[in-house]
Design a protein around this ligand. Structure first.
Ligand code: FAD
Length: 323
């Protein structure tokens, strides 16, 4: 069944986030040959439209308004609802990001439709669109078939492959200027906790440290490895609680959920709450002094040793490979 699918293009720091292209790819599967419409919300966002089209959108609706310069739930929901009302889509897709997690339940409630969140795979089986999502902190997966007429999903970053970029693709770009009013949130300042580097939730490589890293300076050793691999630094709650790094780096049940291609866990014991945030990583390497550490149970490769000896050696070897 061909469907009309709306896909939210999410941007940050003047760039479209990679999850937007993953959402377009998800939208293509759900559309089953139907139309995929990219949606952009912001003050001046039309310039992102081409990229959405190159990655598979058939056309783009850009809602530009001074009230949309920064994300607010009231502003974004009015902007997106204006597109939904105009297009009457069969499905809506957005990233399971901080923004998507905040916005999606509001939109689902307004539309009185079901929401399938944190989707990691989409298949067409027996004429149905089947969505796979993790449950029990990633220990099991469930498959869901939407029961509401309108399909609404959020997709977990780094799980759905992006379609190949095709710069010859063309598509219409339309502007929409709905009234946006009664925005109850005023953003006075955006304070960044992590100043630089790769975004943890979209990183392909993560070098994470635990209490075994022992200090803030110890994390510099991990940062050097992450830099060589073009990755991001993450942490266990143990390391955050000890004050070695900021809580914005925390991975786990009460931190970020990540699925990089490579996760290198250094001095992390592998508590169940930490595994909840990283056990679906594609390849896991654990470095720990204790051969009995739980982290080795989920690791594809384990190195029993002192991280302060092993990590600099890895950094040096990877540097040689890069030359
Ligand atoms: P530890 O358990 O102390 O492990 C340190 C490890 O470092 C040990 O295995 C040790 O052998 C190794 N080590 C020490 N020195 C070296 C060295 N030089 N070289 C190599 N290895 C070395 N935790 C999270 O991470 N994320 C969460 O989101 C989270 N949410 C939680 C929610 C709740 C409700 C609760 C109760 C707990 C939560 N926790 C979470 C905490 C979790 O239970 C663990 O306490 C925490 O993950 C432990 O962190 P750690 O592995 O860094 O520390």
């Amino acid at each position: 069944m061909a469907r009309k699918v709306l896909v939210l293009g999410e941007w940050k720091d003047g760039m479209l986030r990679n999850v937007s292209f993953e959402a377009i790819s998800a939208g293509k599967t759900i559309a089953e040959g139907g139309e995929v419409i990219g949606v952009l919300l912001g003050e001046s966002v039309k310039s992102f439209a081409d990229a959405l089209i190159f990655y598979g959108a058939d056309r783009v609706v850009a809602v530009e308004h001074e009230q949309l310069g920064k994300y607010t739930p009231d502003g974004y929901s009015q902007g997106l609802m204006a597109v939904v009302e105009k297009e009457s889509p069969d499905a809506i897709v957005m990233g399971h990001t901080a923004l998507g997690k905040d916005l999606s339940p509001k939109i689902a409630a307004k539309l009185d439709t079901g929401l399938i969140s944190d989707v990691t795979a989409i298949d067409i089986e027996g004429g149905n669109v089947v969505f796979t999502r993790p449950i029990y902190s990633g220990k099991a997966f469930e498959k869901k078939i939407p029961v509401t007429e309108q399909i609404f999903v959020t997709i977990r970053p780094n799980n759905i492959p992006v379609l190949e970029k095709d710069e010859s693709r063309k598509g219409e770009v339309e502007s929409l200027s709905p009234e946006i009013k009664d925005v109850r949130t005023i953003i006075k300042e955006v304070v960044r906790k992590t100043k630089e580097g790769v975004d943890l939730s979209e990183a392909k490589v993560i070098v994470a440290g635990g209490r075994g890293v022992k200090s803030e300076e110890g994390f510099q050793v991990l940062k050097q490895l992450a830099d060589v691999l073009g990755g991001a630094v993450g942490a266990s709650r143990g390391a955050c609680d000890a004050g070695y790094c900021d809580y914005s780096l925390q991975i786990g049940q009460t931190g970020k959920v990540v699925t990089p291609d490579l996760y290198i866990a250094c001095g992390i014991s592998g508590a169940i709450q930490h595994l909840a945030g990283m056990s679906n990583s594609k390849v896991i390497v654990a470095i720990n002094k204790d051969p009995e550490a739980n982290i080795f149970k989920v690791a594809d490769y384990g190195i029993v040793g002192d991280l302060f000896e092993v990590v600099p050696l890895l950094t040096e070897e990877f540097k040689k490979l890069k030359v």
